[in-house]
Design a protein around this ligand. Structure first.
Ligand code: FES
Length: 139
């Protein structure tokens, strides 16, 4: 396993999501507050782009006309046929034990720390500076 520098934290889009290609894998990165989540940008149904999906919350109900809405922005809905996935786990909302999008671990690291690591790739591409903060994806 290696870690890849994917961007400077300050360059992460305000939209809260970013599409990157890491080692030939398309990965959509979501920012939820100060937490980061990476999912393969390929819906397990028929390959739709989750990057282009609608980010919603979770609507739950125990009976008709009574529902709770929570976890705003933590569910991604595939734009092709509407399958929904939990951004935190990659699991399908309908069949969480059977359908899951591949996940990738992300971490924030300072440039000084990155310089001391020997399994980090992409350092040259991003011109890592000791004082900066960067997002690292494990693959
Ligand atoms: S391809 Fe994603 S729901 Fe069909």
């Amino acid at each position: 396993m290696a870690r890849y520098v994917v961007c400077k934290i300050e360059d992460f889009p305000a939209s809260g999501r970013m599409l990157v290609e890491v080692n030939r894998r398309p990965v959509v990165i979501f920012r939820l507050g100060e937490e980061w989540f990476g999912l393969l940008n390929t819906c397990p149904h028929q390959g739709g782009s989750l990057f282009n999906g609608y980010q919603a919350g979770l609507a739950e109900s125990d009976r008709p006309a009574d529902y709770r809405y929570s976890r705003q922005g933590e569910i991604i809905r595939c734009p092709w046929h509407g399958w929904e996935f939990d951004i935190r786990t990659g699991r399908s909302r309908c069949r969480p034990d059977a359908v899951k999008v591949a996940q990738f671990a992300l971490a924030v690291a300072g440039g000084k720390e990155i310089e001391s690591l020997d399994d980090v790739k992409g350092v040259e591409t991003f011109d890592v500076k000791p004082e900066g903060e960067y997002l690292l994806l494990s693959l």
